[in-house]
Structures are given as structure tokens and as C-alpha cells.
Ligand binder design. Structure first.
Ligand SMILES: Nc1ncnc2c1ncn2[C@@H]1O[C@H](COP(=O)(O)OP(=O)(O)OP(=O)(O)O)[C@@H](O)[C@H]1O
Length: 707
């Protein structure tokens, strides 16, 4: 890359620097939030087209402050482009984003295009392609972004922390992939100070950027919703952290929406009902595309049920309308249903939105539990309104299976330990529900909903609204979170164990096979991921009971037990493994769909990764890339023997299952009856040392939180 200067466009006003568009897709809006949400007034001063408007200097725009009465602030990324260069480009995600197919590969870009991209992503340029849909702007050519930072609050480790906000993340613009219709918001993390930076510097260090860049892709590939990574840049600056000076970096990360639970909390705790309502409407409209509540349906509901509620309340009818939920209070506790009156509940769009959030959060966390992912900082400011995995800080994939595993060394009490994650999601959903209870509790009452658009206080009314939300929220948490979580977790675990897909899950699979298998792994400190790859090689053909498979079981145990100390307990392990292997074996042989060893193996190896982004792998990449960044750029390109490690590991994150899952390992029985399994690494050579046991130096690595 040359140290390119901006090229001047002939039509640009004198003094304004212009660059040609980089190979990125066009924006839908220069700034999506401008449409319906309130902007921080100070930051908006210089942003309109009015000739009279005086541009606000960047340092004032980004001055940390309390931002009230606003959902976001305009702010420009700090120009860190001087010596910046592109460290990694995720071409697989670029396709999903809708980047011009002829510009997917770095090798397809001109030097100018590379320069433009790096400048845009490191704050040195603001020109983006012309908007896609805005007819007024059509044909006007490149225009400027109006980057913004979002205002949010959040509960951190159980306590409400007040205003947090995007302190080092700045959204550039939103784009829609015309082929898929999916919209994406491009955000730079580490882009410099914003009004929400509080006492911090707005930067990100290379170490944390690499971890986020890789892990978002690893998680997404394992079929768990996640933010995505488009690119990672080295800013060639030093950033000061607890550990000393470290190279700085920016990640361009992308999500359909970056709104968090904490986005609602900030307005709730400030008693700012107007912004809370606007944000909720925005999420219903733009994020979930929920239709507006139908006034006629609401009126009909009111007529039919509220009047009846005042008189004598009828038993719910079987052909009641879809939105009516006749929850019978007390039924759950075993009280006779007839002694309690049924309540007719109307789920307005805010309840439906909450239901969607609960559902998506359940699916996300069932994914985490199944893939063995520990998030580490499940504060409400890190909970996405779309159930995406966001904020890849001190995360870790499990090595050995340990339900008590804590990956965040600041979490001394294990609030966010591996086994706590589903419960914490529920707790966090409870925090979100609190912010929405007025809106949900209003149900079909238009007058109450209108009242909620104002800032007026009426404690009695609010109590009534709160009461009106209670049953709806409880039911959503039960049905759309708890039940969904359990169902999805069963499905995922059954698939991992080769017990078939969703339609084949049996009630006792979890209690008789999955849970005892996990307990066995915990007891013998078995590697969580290797367990499933080894189990895929287990054969039932020719053995109608587990007892006929003795030699194979011994070999399996030998392959899984991590150290000689564990191996010394080998015979106990063999006996104990039978506790779940027996029902497992029977379950397989009794099903014509499951008993074919080869088919099952292929299926299992398609959901159980051979490559896992373990902490030691991420650490290795960090060390190599840091080393090369610390050299001059020319040196690093010429001399770094592992210069492609970042790209290679990204590729592994995106292709973790092995290239050829169909090749079976070879099982041989020796003369003395012992059984050896020779690993067939066909297709795994490409991963080199990055598949297989964790090296000694890499066991138990924890990462620092000062990112
Ligand atoms: N170096 C920094 N400069 C400014 N603000 C920061 C910095 N590090 C963290 N913050 C802010 O502190 C809060 C909590 O930090 P947390 O570690 O959860 O977020 P993060 O990793 O910066 O961001 P994200 O959740 O957007 O991935 C957020 O408001 C975040 O923006």
C-alpha cells in the first residue's frame, strides 16, 4: 500500500477532500437512526444541509458527556489512517454483505481501492457509495457518511451502571444486500472517542481486535447467531493499557442491529418514556418488521373481553382469537382452575417484540451451551436485541468439560460461569421486561398507549399497567425462553451425539444419555470437543449390546482420558462410561435411521468441529500478528514466515469440520484383544497442529480484560 493522499474529485467543493468509493456496498441511509429517533442535539448541529449550519469541531463532537433526550449522537471516527493498513479481510462474509462479486478478493482491488477502504475504516475518509434507495440522492455519486454512536445503559455484574453507550464503537452506515434483503450496520470498534467514552480512550488493542475478529466468525459458523467481522486494520499506533503499550487496531464489525437490552434500560431508569416508546416502536418497525397493532382488532378485543371481565368472566373458548391467552391463575400451582377467573390477555406489538427477543435469546444461549462457548461478560449492555452473540471480550471455548468454568478472571464469583449462562439470559430478559412493562401492560388500551407517549407521571396508572404486563411476561419467559431453550438444547445435543434431528428427539435422551455423558466428561476432565469427534467413531454394527463392544469402549476411553493420572482410573472410567453408553448403544441399534455407523459418523462430524478457536490458538495468532506489526511493514511482509496465520485461522473458523468428514478412522483389534483406533487425519492435515490436544503451554490460558 502506498501512503496515498486523497484524490480530489473535480466536482467537490474546494477544500473538501473526496475519494472514490471503496469496494463496499451502497448505503441504505447515510445514518439509519436519523429517521425516527432523537439525536443528541449538540452533535446534530453541524450535520444538516443548511448552509448556515456551523460544523461542530470533531473534538467537541466526541467530548465525553451525559447525553440526555437522545438515542444516539453523531460523531466522526478519529483519523487513525496515517500509517494504517489492512490486516485481514473476510471475503466469505463480504459476499453475504453484498460486496460486488468482482471485488470480493483483495487481489481484485486496485491500490486506490485498497487505500480508500483502509481510509474509510480507520477514520481518514468519509466518502461512501451513493445510497441505494433514496431517490433524491440517486445519481449524485459518492456522499459522506454521518457516523453515529449509540446511547445505552446496562446492568454490569448485577448492578445498574447508568450511561455506558458506544464508547469506542462508531457506526458508519447501514446497507441492504439486494440479493438477500438482509440489512447490515457497519461499525468500527476502536475508532476513537465518542460522547460515551467516559474516562477511556476510545481505542482497541490488536489483541482484543483479533480475538473478536476471529471468534465472531467461529461462533456464526457453528450455527449460533453472532455479529460478523468484515475487516481488521492495524492503526500502527501504540495504545496504553494496564500491561503497557500495545499496538492499536480497529475491527469493522457488522450486525443487522446493534441495539442492546441496555438501550432500553437507559431511558427506563431516566424515566424518559418518550424515548423509550420511540425506541420500542423503532425496534418493532425496523428490526423485527412487526406490523402495527390493528385498531379494529384492539377495539373488538376490548369490547369482547374487558366488558366481560367487569361482569362475569367466561371460560376461554377453544376457538378464541390467536392473540387471546386465557391464562388461568393458580392452575400452575395445582389449584382447581374453576376457583380462579381467567384473564384475557392482549399481546400488542411490544409484547410480540419481547416474545421474539426471548425466543432468539433462548436459541442463542442453547447454541452457546451446545458448542461449549463461555461468553464471560453477559451484562445487559452486551445482550443484543436480536439474540446475537456480541462483545467478544474474555470469552473462551471450553477445553475440558467443566460446567463451573469461568473465563473472565474479573468474575471472581462465577456469575457468568458456563453453567450460569441460560439463567443469566433469563435474568437479563427480566431486566428488559421491566423496561417494557408499561407498554406491554397497556395491552389493547389505546388511551393508555397514547398516554405513554407523554412524560406525565401517574403512579396509579403505572401500577395498573405493570399489573397488566405480569402474566404476559411470565408466560413469554416460560414458553418463549425456557421451553424454547430446552427444546433447542435437546435438539442440538442429540445432533452432536448422532441421535438424529429435531423430529427424533425422545424425552429420555437428555436424562439418560446426554446429562450422564456430560457428568462423565466432567468427572474425567475430558475435552469437550474431542469427545464428540471420538464418539463419532464408535461403532454399533455387529454388536447388539454394549457388552459385546468391550475392546472398542476401552479404546474410546483411552483416546479420551487426558493424562496418565486419568488413565490410571481407566477401569473405573470404562465401567462408568457404560452408565450412559449402554442406553446410547441401545438407542442406536434400535433405530434403523441411526445404526449405520458410517452415516452417523458423517452426520456427527458435520456438527462437531475438529477445529475449535481455543484460547491458545487465538493467543498464537495474536503473538504472530503482533510480532509482524511491530516490524516495519515491508519487513513484516517479506520476513514473517507465518504471515498468513490470521487468514489461515479465519479460514479454519469458517471451515471447522474437516474437509472430508466421510473418512472413518481405522479400528484394529490386536491379538490380546485390545483395540486401537488409528486416527485417520484425511482432510485434517490442512489444520496442522491446530486440531488435536491442547499443548501444555496453552492449557488454562485466560485473557486480560483491559482491551
Ligand atoms: N477503550 C475504551 N474507550 C472507550 N470506551 C470503552 C473502552 N473500553 C470499553 N469502553 C466502554 O465501556 C463499556 C463496557 O465495555 P465492554 O467491554 O462491555 O464493551 P466493548 O468491548 O468496548 O464494546 P462492545 O460491547 O461494543 O463490543 C462500553 O460502553 C464500552 O463502549
Amino acid at each position: 500500500m502506498t501512503s496515498c493522499a486523497f484524490s480530489s474529485s473535480p466536482s467537490a467543493p474546494v477544500g473538501i477532500k473526496t475519494i472514490v468509493p471503496p469496494p463496499l456496498p451502497s448505503p441504505r441511509h447515510p445514518a439509519r437512526f436519523t429517521s425516527s429517533l432523537l439525536c443528541d442535539e449538540l452533535s446534530a448541529l453541524g450535520q444538516d444541509d443548511d448552509d448556515e449550519a456551523v460544523p461542530v469541531p470533531d473534538n467537541l463532537l466526541s467530548t465525553p458527556r451525559m447525553v440526555r433526550n437522545a438515542v444516539y449522537s453523531f460523531v466522526n471516527p478519529e483519523d487513525q489512517s496515517k500509517n494504517a493498513f489492512l490486516l485481514g479481510w473476510n471475503k466469505e462474509f463480504a459476499k453475504e454483505l453484498g460486496v460486488d462479486i468482482n471485488k470480493i478478493e483483495r487481489s481484485q482491488w486496485s491500490e486506490q481501492e485498497l487505500d480508500n477502504l483502509v481510509k474509510l475504516l480507520t477514520g481518514g475518509g468519509r466518502k461512501i457509495p451513493a445510497p441505494q434507495r433514496d431517490e433524491d440522492d440517486a445519481g449524485k455519486g459518492p456522499r459522506e457518511t454521518q457516523p453515529w454512536a449509540h446511547c445505552y445503559g446496562g446492568h454490569q455484574f448485577g448492578y445498574y451502571a447508568g450511561q455506558l453507550g458506544d464508547g469506542r464503537a462508531i457506526s458508519l452506515y447501514e446497507t441492504v444486500n439486494p440479493a438477500t434483503g438482509q440489512s447490515w450496520e457497519l461499525q468500527l470498534k476502536g475508532a476513537g472517542k465518542t460522547p460515551y467514552s467516559r474516562f477511556a480512550d476510545g481505542y482497541a488493542v490488536l489483541r482484543s481486535s483479533i480475538r473478536e475478529y476471529l471468534c465472531a466468525e467461529a461462533v456464526a459458523t457453528l450455527d449460533v447467531a453472532s455479529s460478523r467481522s468484515l475487516a481488521i486494520m492495524s492503526t500502527e499506533t501504540m495504545v496504553v493499557r494496564e500491561e503497557g503499550g500495545e499496538p492499536g487496531s480497529i475491527v469493522c464489525r457488522v450486525a443487522p442491529s446493534w441495539i442492546r437490552f441496555g438501550s432500553f434500560e437507559i431511558f427506563f431508569y431516566r424515566k424518559d418514556r418518550v424515548n423509550l416508546r420511540r425506541l420500542a416502536e423503532y425496534v418493532c418497525d425496523e428490526v423485527y418488521s412487526l406490523p402495527r397493532d390493528d385498531p379494529q382488532e384492539m377495539a373488538a378485543f376490548k369490547e369482547q373481553f374487558r366488558k366481560a371481565e367487569l361482569e362475569t368472566i367466561p371460560e376461554p373458548e377453544s376457538d378464541e382469537p390467536r392473540h387471546v391467552n386465557a391464562a388461568v391463575e393458580g392452575e400452575a400451582q395445582g389449584a382447581p382452575a374453576t376457583t380462579k377467573q381467567p384473564k384475557a390477555l392482549y399481546r400488542n406489538r411490544f409484547a410480540k417484540m419481547f416474545e421474539q427477543v426471548a425466543y432468539k435469546t433462548a436459541i442463542m444461549v442453547s447454541g452457546w451451551q451446545a458448542i461449549g462457548f463461555c461468553h464471560g461478560v453477559m451484562n445487559t449492555d452486551n445482550m443484543s436485541i436480536l439474540g446475537l452473540t456480541i462483545d467478544f471480550g474474555p470469552y473462551a471455548f471450553l477445553d475440558k468439560y467443566d460446567p463451573l468454568f469461568i473465563c473472565n478472571h474479573s468474575d471472581s464469583e462465577g456469575r457468568y460461569s458456563f453453567q450460569q449462562q441460560p439463567g443469566i439470559c433469563l435474568w437479563n430478559l427480566g431486566r428488559l421486561a421491566l423496561t417494557l412493562e408499561n407498554l406491554i401492560g397497556a395491552q389493547e388500551r389505546v388511551d393508555d398507549l397514547d398516554w405513554l407517549h407523554q412524560q406525565e407521571t401517574d403512579t396509579e396508572k403505572e401500577e395498573r399497567l405493570k399489573e397488566g404486563a405480569k402474566d404476559i411476561v411470565v408466560e413469554i419467559l416460560n414458553k418463549s425462553f425456557r421451553d424454547v431453550f430446552l427444546k433447542d438444547y435437546r435438539r442440538r445435543m442429540n445432533e452432536k451425539m448422532g441421535l438424529g434431528g429435531a423430529d427424533q428427539v425422545k424425552d429420555e435422551d437428555l436424562t439418560k444419555i446426554v446429562v450422564p455423558a456430560l457428568a462423565w466428561m466432567d468427572d474425567y476432565e475430558v475435552d469437550y470437543h474431542q469427545f464428540f469427534r471420538a464418539l463419532a467413531d464408535y461403532k454399533v454394527e455387529g454388536a447388539d449390546t454394549v457388552d459385546k463392544n468391550g475392546a472398542q469402549i476401552e479404546a474410546l476411553v483411552k483416546r479420551l482420558l487426558p493424562t496418565p493420572v486419568h488413565l490410571a482410573r481407566g477401569s473405573a472410567a470404562v465401567e462408568e462410561i457404560k452408565g450412559w453408553l449402554e442406553p446410547y448403544h441401545l438407542r442406536l441399534v434400535q433405530s434403523s435411521d441411526l445404526k449405520d455407523d458410517q452415516t452417523r459418523r458423517i452426520r456427527m462430524n458435520k456438527v462437531n468441529p475438529a477445529f475449535v478457536l481455543r484460547n491458545w490458538v487465538a493467543q498464537r495468532v495474536i503473538e504472530r500478528v503482533t510480532e509482524s506489526v511491530m516490524k516495519t511493514r515491508e519487513e513484516s511482509i517479506e520476513e514473517d514466515p507465518d504471515k498468513n496465520l490470521l487468514d489461515r485461522v479465519l479460514w479454519m473458523c469458517q471451515h471447522p469440520f474437516g474437509e472430508d468428514a466421510s473418512q472413518a478412522d481405522e479400528t484394529t483389534t490386536t491379538a490380546d484383544g485390545t483395540c486401537e483406533i488409528k486416527r485417520n487425519n484425511a482432510g485434517l492435515e490442512v489444520y496442522g497442529e491446530y486440531v488435536g490436544p491442547v499443548p501444555e503451554w496453552g492449557q488454562g490460558i485466560q485473557c486480560s480484560c483491559s482491551s
